[in-house]
Design a protein around this ligand. Structure first.
Ligand code: NAD
Length: 438
């Protein structure tokens, strides 16, 4: 099938790549000329493991092209994916301006039946809204062209995007006509996954409910971690014991310094706003937003309890992206932590396998290590913000010898506590500090 994907960010690139891999002919469109030039040269503008070689292969086979011209991309296309950003507005709702722009542009160029697919995360009712925008444009052109708008939300995890798209847990298809449903089932016929056929409004809600539920699970274990700390209980053991119950499951039960990223904070906020707009206070969502907001403050208080005043202290942060295997730093807890540590007067050095430069652009006054070993030189404390495998696997004896102090604050409970204690570190994890009986 001939497919157009609008927006070549984390979601658009992965959608284009995985659909190209199963034999479809793909046009990727973006307004960012540099991105399009890079992509046409086989260079991935983001860090996402495994995607670049697949793009290079598809380009070579002529199955994938990138352009800044939507009009050109739309020629003969059967399906258009909208995968543009929906960033958070200051009032908490998602900004739909990029989706609206794209819908208008589609309406300006459409001449025959196309299935338009909302892949961006958008509030309930957006499929109908996109439909009305396109209709309006067609009316202005004096045309009456049949089309459908489908909601097909994306559930990929950055860092594992390609494997998620090749083998998703489920594909949610919110279709309002049989024709659109048939087109979407044909599109995905070679992907082995559960297919959940439902209405566009249900599909839109499934995306927000899923992300908010995962954020709730993380926040629950973070609150448990705070209590564990006060009661001399190890939250890692607790989560392990809980996760063995199939009804609970082990995932998203790792206590830490809070969730971040481009999705959870904005999607929880958007769902809370959807409730507010129909006069329903979403009390669980409100609580998890508050708890998550305070998680870095709580963490910082624990650092101060251990180290005393931080003014003039040299602290190294390892892992700065919002999670491992991505260069995405949107809403990364490391950003909040750096800001707060700087306000306390600490001297900060940071290192991340791929996101260091992005952090340096935001905080030009902090030092960035060329590698983890140079970053920890003379540090009085090391803080793990993100559990990259290459950070967990560091030679911690060497790290200790390079440092000027011996504190390690494991913000992701990712390191081997016993080994570090044997190496002479004062180890502090989230919710696993058994000496703190009150
Ligand atoms: N990143 C994720 O892990 C993830 C996962 C699931 C869902 N989502 C959702 O998917 C959507 C996209 O997220 P993302 O992280 O890929 O965003 P992104 O910011 O990485 O990419 C968006 C792209 O859209 C382009 N764009 C904006 N306006 C355009 C226009 N008029 N025409 C063509 N291109 C245009 C931008 O230049 C950018 O390259 C969001 O709604 C997000 O919430 C993201």
């Amino acid at each position: 099938m001939k497919i157009t994907v609008i927006g070549t960010g984390y979601v658009g690139i992965t959608t284009a790549t995985s659909l190209g891999e199963i034999g479809h002919q793909i046009m990727g469109v973006d307004i960012d000329e540099l991105k399009i030039e890079q992509l046409n040269n086989g260079v991935l503008p983001i860090y996402e493991p495994g995607v670049e070689p697949v793009i290079q292969n598809l380009l070579k086979q002529g199955k994938l092209h990138f352009t800044t011209s939507l009009k050109e991309a739309m020629e003969g296309t059967e399906i258009i994916f909208i995968a543009v950003g929906t960033p958070q507005l200051s009032d908490g709702r998602p900004d739909l301006k990029y989706v609206e722009e794209v819908a208008r542009e589609i309406g300006r160029h459409m001449t025959e039946y196309i299935v338009i697919v909302d892949k961006s995360t958008v509030p309930v009712g957006t499929a109908e809204y996109v439909q009305s925008i396109i209709k309006e444009q067609l009316k202005l052109r004096g045309l009456s062209v049949a089309f459908d708008v489908v909601s097909n939300p994306e559930f990929l995890q950055e860092g594992k995007a390609l494997q998620n798209s090749r083998k998703p847990d489920r594909i949610v298809l919110g279709c309002s006509s049989q024709v659109a449903e048939d087109v979407m089932l044909k599109l995905y016929e070679n992907i082995d996954a559960l297919k959940h056929l439902t209405s566009p409004r249900n599909a839109e809600m499934i995306k927000y409910a899923s992300n908010s539920f995962l954020a709730t699970k993380i926040t629950f274990i973070n609150e448990m971690a705070r209590l564990c700390d006060l009661l001399a209980v190890d939250v890692v053991e607790v989560a392990k014991g809980m996760g063995m119950d199939k009804r609970i499951g082990p995932y998203f039960l790792q206590a830490g310094i809070g969730y971040g990223g481009s999705c959870f904070p904005k999607d929880v906020s958007a769902l809370a706003m959807m409730g507010r707009e129909v006069n329903m206070e979403m009390t669980i969502l409100k609580s998890i937003q508050e708890i998550n907001q305070k998680q870095t403050d709580w963490f910082l208080e624990r650092v101060k309890e251990c180290m005393g005043a931080l003014d003039g202290k040299r602290i190294t942060l390892l892992g700065l992206s919002f999670k491992p295997d991505t260069d995405d730093i949107r809403e990364a807890p490391s950003l909040k932590l750096i800001q707060k540590l700087l306000a306390e007067g600490a001297f900060i050095t940071g290192f991340d396998p791929v996101a260091s430069n992005k952090i340096k652009n935001i905080f030009p006054n902090i030092k960035i290590g060329e590698d983890a070993y140079s970053a920890v030189k003379d540090a009085e404390a090391v803080v793990i913000c993100t559990e990259w495998k290459e950070i967990i696997d560091l030679d911690w004896r060497t790290i200790k010898s390079l440092m000027h102090g011996d504190f390690i604050f494991d913000g992701r409970n990712a390191l081997d506590r016993e080994m570090l204690q044997l190496e002479g570190f004062q180890y502090w994890g989230v919710g696993r500090n058994l000496n703190k009986i009150v």
